[in-house]
Design a protein around this ligand. Sequence first.
Ligand code: HEM
Length: 450
Amino acid sequence: MSSPLSISKEIANSTFNKRQHPAAHDFKTTINLTDLDLFTKGQPIKEFKEMRDQAPVFWHPPMVGDIEPGFWSLTNHADILKVSSDPSTFSSQMGTGTMMTLGREDRRHPKLWRSAIDHMLNLDGALHINLRREHMPFFKPDYVSNLRVKVSAKITALLDTIEPKGECNFVHDFAQQLPIYTLSEILGIPEADRQKLVTWMEFLELAQYIQVDQMKKELDAEHTKEPVNTEMIDMFNNMIDEMFEYGRDILNSKRKNPQDDLLSAIANAEIEGQQLSQEFLDGSWLLIIFAGNDTTRNTLSGAIKLLTENPDQRQKLIDNPDLMPNFVQECIRMISPVMHMRRTTTCETQVGDQLMGPGEKIVMWYGAANRDPSVFTNPDKFDIERENADKHLAFGIGRHTCVGKPVALMQLAESYTQILQRFPDIHMNGEWKVAPNNFVHAIQEMPVKF
Ligand code: HEM
């Protein structure tokens, strides 16, 4: 078992196997789920359907410039359920539970790469359980119930601000603001510093795109001999430095003067009798600010689109507010704000009718599983009375199931209760803008009128 000090060092030297068994499905396609532009209109529903129908376990070629040989792409519900529920066969630690590509060594961002690995989403076994346990008190019913009161007041204040305008960019004025507020309350981040998190989040959503874009420019420059413009990447790096510096300072001060908040719990966590290393503190900081913000923010915005496109469902909800919890689950099913997670096989195994050898990479597409017609009847229909809406896999399932789920559900329900009471006709008023990102469904603009 690795020490909690750093697993990124171990991962840095990992090698991954090609598929060791012939593909069970003979499926030739040009669909490329590593093409980030494919995700700028939302989930690639048509492409997912074709894959699920033709080859639900599909050997996908690697991303451009990737050192890894490709991956098994999973698009049906049963297979993703099986893989997520069996962590000893499908590891989150070997090769990480999150990174679709580890990237070429010379292209790895010095801080971001390491911190994207050194956190609990990428741990197996006792290390994971112990670190997760430190987070749990902040997601228990009593804690969430107290938090609900503050969140509800914050929602009222945000809606008071936008009401006189009659229209706004819902992302900037609401969806971005609320999760930052909620998370900052849980983490213990002072009010004066909270807007910085909003800016860092925007840069993090673009991280994947900036990396790929830079690589393409460098490849072009090898042919044209033109110098590469590094302005964007320099700005990005400065933001990332600032974000980690802030994280280090605040975790340090919480280590010295612990308070009753989640950052103090992380700063003072002891795993195998040791406090977390700097690597793990950086990684835990990155994980919590990204996971706790971006997911809820994108579901809040995505729900506006669903309400706009489905006036009958909106009316049903207004007429029967008891449907709110199911409305929230159905929104999360349809939106699936986390696109994928990754696992690596530890031994000879089988998924569906596909044999796999050890050391093979798997990518689970939650948005595809959540529209699997064998589980969800008429899956593309937004149906707030759907009986099994909560059987979606958007929060993952198994040992790594989203720890923040109760906080996410509470924020969504509180928000839409108040929004529909005050602005029952709120609707999209122009085009949305989605960042090129295949890890999170990153809605950046959502013009609304009410
Ligand atoms: C709609 C909102 C959200 C969605 C869809 C979502 C989704 C997910 C997913 C898919 C995973 C990984 C599951 C796996 O690998 O099996 C995860 C893990 C996690 N989420 Fe969320 N999340 C949401 C909100 C939140 C919030 C609000 C927080 C914190 C305040 C949070 C914190 C975390 C953490 C810390 C983990 C790591 C858990 C572990 O490794 O044990 N999430 N989430």
